[in-house]
Structure formats: C-alpha cells, structure tokens
Design a binder for this molecule. Structure first.
Ligand code: NAD
Ligand code: DAU
Length: 351
C-alpha cells in the first residue's frame, strides 16, 4: 500500500485512524483524506497531522456521491488502496431524515466501488468499515458472528447493510480485493457530541439533564476507538480478501450503567462544592422508535486469525475519554456552536 484513499477521515473514527496509521505504524506512504465536511466532519481533528506530515497527508474536500471528482482524485494521487469510513452515522438522524443516508451510504459506496473496479489492475485493497447494527437486535443471550443473518432495523443500519452487500457483490462478481469489518459502538477522542458517551460527558460536566431513552436497559458493547483502528489496520494488512471480520470491545453494558459510570468518574475528577451527585441529572425520555435491544459481538475470528483483541477496558477507556473532553474545551466549544445547537434544540428544546 502506497497511496491510501481514506474517506470520511475528518470524522470521529477516520481521524483517529489517520492519527494511528501516520503516527504509530511503520506505513511510509501517503494518506489522501476525501471528506465533504458535513456537520460531523471537522478539519481541526487533523490539525497536528497536517503540520507533522505535510508530504504524506493530503486533504481533498469532495463528496463521495460525486463520481467524476472521485475519479480525478484517484488518478491524481495514483490511489492503490481505499479505506472507506465516510457515512451518515447517527441513527436518530436517520429516523428524522433518511434521504442523506441512502445517498452517502449506498450511492457513495457504489461510486467508490466503481473507482475500485476502474483501477482494479493496481488495486491492493478496498476496506469497508461497517457496523454490527446490520445484524439487527439480540435478545438477552447470544452474540453476532460473521455468519449471523442481516436484519437491519433503522434507515441507518439498512443503508449500511446495502453497502455491505454491494462490497461483497464487487468481490464475487469482479474479483475486487475487499475486506469488511463490522464493529460495535466506538467511543474516545473526537466523537461528535450527539452520540451517547460524549453527550453525557458534556451534559454531566455542565450539570445539564442526561436524557436516557426508555428505561436505559438497552445494551451496547463499547469499543475504544484506538482498538478499532488497530483492528482495521490488521485486517488491511493481513486479512483474507472477501472476508468479513467482527470487531467488539468485550464491554457489554446497559446504557444506564454507562451513564452512571460517567457520572461517578466526573464526580471524582470534578467534585462539586457540596453539589449533588451527577446521577441525579439522569432524566428518562421517550424511547427511540425501533430501538434495538442488545448488540454483542463474538470477535473470535479476528482474534484467532489476526491475533487482535481489545486492549482497553471500559474503566480505563472512559477515564481517558472524559479527560480528553475536559482537556479539549476549545474543540468542544467550537463543535458545539452552529449546527449542533440547532440539532439539540430540535431534540430537546434547548437553546
Ligand atoms: P462520523 O459521523 O463521525 O464521521 C463521518 C465522516 O464522513 C465525516 O467527516 C463527514 O464529513 C464524512 N462524510 C459524510 N458524508 C460524506 C460524503 N457524502 N462525502 C464525503 N464525506 C462524507 O462517523 P464515525 O462515527 O466516524 O463513523 C465512521 C464509519 O464507521 C461509518 O461508516 C460508520 O457507519 C461506521 N461505524 C461507526 C461506529 C461508531 O460507533 N461511531 C460503529 C460502527 C461502525
Ligand atoms: O453499534 C454500532 C453503531 O453505534 C454505529 O454503527 C453507529 O454509527 C453509532 O452511532 C452507534 O449507534 P447507536 O445508536 O448504538 O449509538 P448512540 O450513541 O446514538 O446510542 C447508544 C445507545 O444510547 C442507544 O441504545 C441509544 C441510547 N441513547 C442515545 C442518545 C444519543 C440514549 O439513551 N440517550 C441519548 O441521548
């Protein structure tokens, strides 16, 4: 791999991935980040990368729905590898406005696969970053494996399922070298504060209400974002073409437990003078329509084939995450201005 086109590199996981690959691995080539900078894309996430790797990091402001522009970029930088993160990623937004999810997640992925097909001769790999949500919802028992059948329940997960099927089809039909990863809920630095963990950290810090959907008993498996990046890089380097790999955090928790842990941790770091414990801020709100009950990942395939397992426990990962948000208050205040305010107002009637 010499010239990796990373899509969605200015978002949460993509930015962490670029930091990891350029900053911590022996990769010596270039990364070309194609991102249209939606509300979730933030060039600030890669400011230090621009400074430290001026020759090896390139930013191209482009929409993956624009096939002609993608073609020009791929030619210009002689792209030999594609790692595809770009997506509309927030389930609640997909319930309110599904159209953008179909455009970016389905049509955008199709366009990138067409680029891969056109460049098939020199192409080393198309890696597709997907989600465990394509498998639908589990009951109290069991785990998602790579052979679990697809049963997506939200417009977001249905659009990601469609994109997974297209990637598989391009492998089977055209022999494009592909790998797919389906992972559980990520958390860590640079996550946009519409997602559960950063939303709760920032609200709890500011002593605002902590909106928990339903009774808070839905279960997610929390994966620290750096562990996810390590898994993707292992798959890209050593994974078998045409295979999918499940990536999980080995950290199943009910949402209410997650929020309580954040409150406990923040009370410890930032004790209030005689203030009430932050748990008292928990407010149960209307449930998400079609809310998946439980996600849990069996990651034995990637463990056995590539020796990967998550390094971070929730206790260590959440501490690092909270400290990152507290230390990066300027990042937070810039992200929370503008579009974010509008979204929060529509969701919770806040100003
Ligand atoms: P994010 O919403 O933080 O970032 C998405 C990035 O894609 C942004 O930088 C945005 O500007 C860019 N983008 C969106 N539409 C685009 C378009 N049309 N053209 C070019 N760029 C566009 O998302 P994330 O949480 O970093 O997720 C990255 C990928 O990982 C997604 O494919 C998502 O489905 C998948 N995933 C995320 C999680 C999670 O917990 N966050 C878990 C499993 C899988
Ligand atoms: O499982 C992987 C998926 O994880 C990714 O594919 C998605 O891109 C990512 O957004 C995430 O989806 P979720 O819907 O699980 O994440 P979210 O952070 O939105 O919600 C996590 C859980 O917390 C979920 O059960 C809903 C609940 N929740 C969420 C918010 C934002 C609340 O109770 N209150 C909230 O305010």
């Amino acid at each position: 791999m010499k010239n990796i086109l990373v899509t969605g590199g200015s978002g949460f996981i993509g930015a962490n991935f670029i930091h990891y690959v350029l900053g911590e691995t022996d990769f010596s080539g270039r990364i070309i980040n194609v991102d249209v900078l939606t509300y979730a894309g933030n060039p600030e996430n890669l400011q230090s990368i621009e400074k430290d790797f001026p020759e090896r990091y390139i930013f191209e402001n482009a929409d993956i729905c624009d096939l002609e522009k993608l073609r020009l970029i791929a030619e210009k930088y002689d792209v030999d590898t594609i790692c595809h993160f770009a997506a509309e990623s927030h389930v609640d937004r997909s319930i309110v406005s599904p159209g953008a999810f179909i455009q970016t997640n389905v049509i955008g992925t199709f366009n990138l696969l067409e680029i891969a097909r056109e460049r098939q001769d020199g192409l080393k790999l198309f890696h597709h970053v997907s989600t465990d949500e394509v498998f639908g919802s589990l009951g109290d028992e069991g785990f998602f494996t790579e052979t679990t059948s697809y049963k997506p329940n939200s417009p977001y997960s249905a659009s990601k399922a469609s994109s997974d099927h297209l990637v598989r089809a391009y492998y089977k039909t055209y022999g494009i070298p592909v790998t797919i990863s389906n992972c559980s809920n990520n958390y860590g630095p640079f996550q946009f504060p519409e997602k559960l963990i950063p939303l709760m950290v920032l609200n709890a810090q500011a002593r605002k209400p902590l909106p928990v959907y339903g009774d808070g008993s839905n279960v997610r498996d929390w994966l620290y974002v750096r562990d996810h990046c390590v898994a993707i890089w292992a798959i890209m380097n050593r994974g078998r073409h045409g295979e999918t790999y499940n990536v999980g955090g080995d950290n199943e928790m009910k949402n209410l437990e997650v929020v309580r842990e954040i409150c406990r941790c923040l009370d410890e770091i930032l004790p209030a003078d005689g203030g009430a414990p932050r748990e008292e801020l928990i407010t149960f709100v209307k449930d998400r329509p079609g809310h998946d009950w439980r996600y849990a990942i069996d990651f034995s395939k990637i463990n056995q084939e590539l020796g990967w397992r998550p390094a971070e426990s929730f206790t260590t990962g959440i501490r690092k995450t909270i400290e990152w948000y507290l230390e990066n208050d300027q990042w937070v205040s810039r992200v929370k201005s503008g579009e974010y305010q509008q979204w929060m107002k529509e969701q919770y009637g806040e100003q």
